[in-house]
Design a protein. Structure first.
Ligand code: H79
Length: 487
């Protein structure tokens, strides 16, 4: 199938099973592009599971995983995204495939290990690379021969989707718009589009509209052969090459929404200021371009009211597996990042990079399980919460569920008194780690004062659940008098 014929959509819609409670957006089938109408209530219903989830696992896995950051027996780098190794070593696609394919040997049952780890860490959804920039598709594609079906006689997408469902996890497809394999992918269309091979490539005739057919055809396969898919995560567009011109984006979005009415997608079919100029990105947000924005490798300094967002971040510094990257973040950093993001109303999509055989590096297993141990006691402060009411708190973060606030204490007060700038009356207050023990609270000039045990139940983030009378009535931050300088 070279490109999707609109006529087939009706059939696909009938056979694709729908999850109860999913969006009921009106879908009109027609050979000409039609807008899909959706009320804000319908949008909220469609986004609801994603907003409640707050924590997902990202998986970068492809041919680069087997290369593991090594080319010609030499480490390529110790830091940075090794899923870009083909570009870093400037390999053409044939050389790259020749080197990488023999090293990509998924062992049986690998996907089940991923999903068990995601579940244990407390993730509610998993987004994995169906194809990264290298162009190798993990499904058994009938469009082209650079895919797991043609090369390994396996459908790795099916294996991964089935494993996720077995663990009750939502599943998402990362899909690269950039493609270094397809000879028609025209990186010359805009300045600075990444492409591995330098030299006289401009002389090779490229027919980008044929590449768009390939992109649409593979997305069509992914959206119709695996049942209901929860997320599609496009990557990426640049200023000067985005949207309709680059990917026939509105047509692609329309097709995807027809095939998967409940799906949630990011907005990278269009150029969003994802990496740089980040603090302004939500002001440019347009829901016609996608459902949420994706700050990459960073956490916005404040929340973004009215805009859905998800920070995607690595455990070390690479997305794709590398033998040479040992810069693992600490368990404390990861847990505090999760809390920080939730306190600002965002989701955390935390990446793992399995090896070429699909196995997960031991450091990754330890870190994900560490987050899971914290979540076992404290996940109530994450799932289903919204941003806290405070601009900032000197000792930690706050998330909210109606009139219940979850105070995650990073800096346990030495004097045993925690000040919360709130005027409300307290209905109940206890530690999630010790829920039957009510904590004493008093109102003081700076707000509520909670009396704490002398030792934090968790030095990373100890969570206090406090239920108040009415909506949070936050005290204006007072200008604290400057501490006298030491004589
Ligand atoms: O899939 C991951 C990245 O490969 C992809 N998005 C995430 C989710 C991405 N594509 N482009 N970019 C990120 C921005 C460009 C980053 C780069 Fe680099 C800086 C390219 C070369 C230097 C990061 C570090 C990738 C390779 C080294």
């Amino acid at each position: 199938m070279k490109s999707l014929v609109p006529l087939s959509f009706g059939l696909l819609l009938v056979i694709a099973p729908c999850r109860a409670g999913d969006n009921t957006a009106e879908v009109t089938l027609s050979p000409t592009p039609v807008p899909i109408t959706e009320s804000s209530e319908q949008r909220d219903a469609r986004m609801s599971w994603w907003r409640d989830a707050r924590f997902g696992m990202f998986v970068h896995w492809g041919l680069y995983s087997g290369l593991a950051g090594t080319w010609n027996s030499k480490p390529v780098a110790t830091k940075g995204g090794m899923e870009w190794i083909q570009k870093m070593v400037k390999a053409d696609t044939d050389t790259y495939a020749r080197e990488a394919l023999p090293k990509f040997q998924p062992k049986p049952g690998f996907a089940s290990e991923w999903m068990k780890l995601a579940k244990e860490a407390g993730c509610k959804y998993v987004v994995f690379t169906t194809k990264h920039h290298e162009g190798f598709a993990l499904h058994d594609s009938k469009d082209g021969d650079f895919n797991a079906g043609a090369k390994l006689n396996r459908d790795l997408v099916r294996e991964i989707v089935e494993a996720a469902r077995a663990e009750g996890l939502r599943i998402g497809f990362y899909h690269s718009l950039i493609d270094w394999h397809d000879a028609n992918y025209d990186f010359t269309k805009a300045k600075g589009l990444p492409y591995p091979v330098g030299g006289n490539h401009e002389s090779i005739p490229r027919n980008h509209s044929k590449y768009i057919d390939h992109l649409h055809a593979q997305v069509g396969e992914l959206m119709t052969k695996y049942g209901p898919i929860d997320v599609v995560w496009w990557d990426f567009s640049s200023k000067g090459f985005e949207g309709d011109e680059a990917w026939h984006a509105s047509e692609l979005i329309r097709k995807v929404r027809e095939m998967q009415p409940g799906i949630v997608m990011n907005n990278r079919l269009y150029s969003a200021s994802t990496v740089k100029n980040a603090e302004n990105e939500h002001r440019e947000f347009n829901t016609a371009h996608g459902d949420f924005i994706t700050p990459e490798q960073r956490i916005p300094s404040t929340g973004m009211p009215g805009v859905d967002w998800e920070s995607c971040m690595t455990l070390n510094t690479t997305w794709g597996y590398s033998d040479h990257d040992h810069a693992w973040k600490s368990e404390q950093t990861l847990i505090r990042n999760l809390v920080d993001i939730a306190s600002k109303g965002g989701n955390y999509l935390l990446n793992i990079g399995p090896k070429g055989d699909g196995s997960i590096p031991p450091e990754t297993v330890t870190l994900m399980k560490g987050i899971g141990s914290w979540m076992k006691i404290n996940s109530e402060a994450i799932y289903g919460t919204t941003a806290g009411p405070f601009e900032s708190l000197p000792w930690g973060r706050c998330t909210r569920k109606g009139n219940t606030l979850y105070l995650s204490v990073f800096e346990w007060p030495k004097d045993g008194k925690l000040t919360v700038p709130l005027k409300n009356r307290v209905l109940s207050c206890s530690l999630l780690a010790d829920p039957s023990n009510q904590l004493t609270t008093n109102s003081g000039p700076l707000g509520l004062e909670i009396s704490l045990p002398s030792v934090a139940p968790d030095p990373t983030a100890a969570v206090i659940r406090i239920t108040i009378d009415g909506v949070p009535d936050v005290m204006e931050p007072m200008s604290t008098p400057k501490a006298p300088e030491n004589p």
